[in-house]
Design a protein around this ligand. Structure first.
Ligand code: PLP
Length: 364
């Protein structure tokens, strides 16, 4: 059978390996597997979320509230915006899909960093758009601006802090780039790790409200999958001026968020103290990764997220090391498919991190 030819150049997204797969492939006991591959919060979500979900578990027969008023109101009040400046997706991934489907088409150009979140390219290729990438590993706004002037892309993706590298972009530099961009170019600011950046150094964080007040062509993305510990619930959001949100609504399927997920995300926002404690712990533990790397002479990219990217010396092959770790039940992310001889490790609990150091020490 022939499929849409746009699919031919798409490489299927490789998600972090689930624990179940490692149990099956390597016969390792489920409880001794440590997954530090998908930047999930090792402490999970607020206990209040679990209580709230138990309380509504008998109400599964009705469709969810498609206006999502409870979650939207909670988010609007957190960010001091209006409900009509918000769209909720099944993960911010889905909002990326909406944005590309609403704005790009065959032949459109989409500009992104050389190394960045893989889904931008996948969704862009689905509509036949052309991918333009910068040269540097880090977001360099002068490179973005030069390519913007040359190609006049319909969409620009800025991922800050960036995944899979963890580095941050100064908010000021990003804003002065956006100011120079024509209002018909959609600038997507992916803030999946913004909570971590805001904690570590607010100069590397951007407030969605400031973007929405100032620009009619910016879409900010946030997610409940990382700091809020709700990756399994699939909830993310987009914040932009109302005309952008209205366009995204045209490509949204109805009832895209389940009743349980809406409740989980709404209640998670009521327990910011939990999230802040997790973030504080994250940076305390991250310092141990930096010490480990230093003691081994390995370069580590300064991270504004909940993961560290270890740049391995040439003679230590990242795929091999990730594979060796996997055999021992430690799941990390090999970055060779991004053109980096590096592994990305989510900062876990103290016990999980100890295990990582213990298993990795003889390999590097
Ligand atoms: C994790 C992640 C997302 C989206 O996660 P969802 O689970 O779909 O909300 C988006 N962008 C980046 C950079 C991410 O790391």
């Amino acid at each position: 059978m022939k499929f849409n030819s746009a699919l031919e150049s798409i490489k299927t997204y490789e998600a972090g390996k689930p624990i179940e797969l490692v149990v099956r492939e390597y016969g390792i006991d489920k409880d001794s597997i440590v997954k530090l591959a998908s930047n999930e919060n090792p402490f999970g979500c607020s206990p209040k979320v679990k209580e709230a979900i138990h309380a509504i578990v008998d109400n599964m027969s009705l469709y969810p509230d498609d206006s999502m008023v409870k979650l939207k109101t909670a988010l609007s009040s957190k960010y001091a915006i209006q409900n009509n400046e918000l769209i909720i997706g099944a993960g911010s991934d889905q909002v990326i899909e909406f944005a590309i489907h609403a704005k790009a088409h065959a032949g459109s150009k989409v500009l992104m960093n050389s190394v960045t979140f893989a889904m931008y390219e996948i969704y862009a290729k689905q509509v036949g758009a052309k991918i333009i990438r910068t040269a540097s590993r880090e977001h360099k706004m002068d490179e973005f601006y030069a390519l913007y002037c040359e190609h006049k892309p319909s969409i620009v993706f800025l991922c800050t802090p960036n995944n899979p590298t963890g580095d941050g972009l100064l908010a000021e530099e990003m804003l002065s780039f956006i100011e120079k961009v024509d209002s018909d170019t959609l600038v997507v600011v992916d803030g999946a790790y913004m909570e971590y950046a805001r904690f570590k150094n607010p100069s590397f964080a951007v407030e969605p409200r400031d973007l929405v007040e100032k620009f009619d062509n910016v879409l900010f993305l946030g997610t409940f999958s990382k700091a809020y510990g709700l990756g399994g619930m699939r909830v993310g959001y987009g914040i932009a001026q109302a005309p952008i949100i209205e366009a995204l609504y045209k490509v949204r399927p109805p009832f895209n968020i389940t009743t349980l997920s809406l409740e989980a995300a709404s209640v998670a926002l009521e327990d910011e103290a939990f999230v802040q404690e997790c973030i504080a712990d994250n940076f305390k533990e991250m310092a141990r990764y930096e010490d480990f790397a230093r003691s081994k002479g390995i370069d580590v990219i300064e991270s504004y997220t909940n993961f560290v990217t270890l740049l391995l010396p040439e003679e230590k092959n990242s795929s091999k090391i990730a594979q060796e770790l996997l055999k021992k039940g430690m799941i990390v992310r090999d970055l060779s498919s991004y053109g980096l001889n590096a592994i990305r490790v989510t900062v876990g609990t103290t016990v999980q991190n100890n295990r990582f150091f213990e298993l990795t020490n003889p390999l590097v």
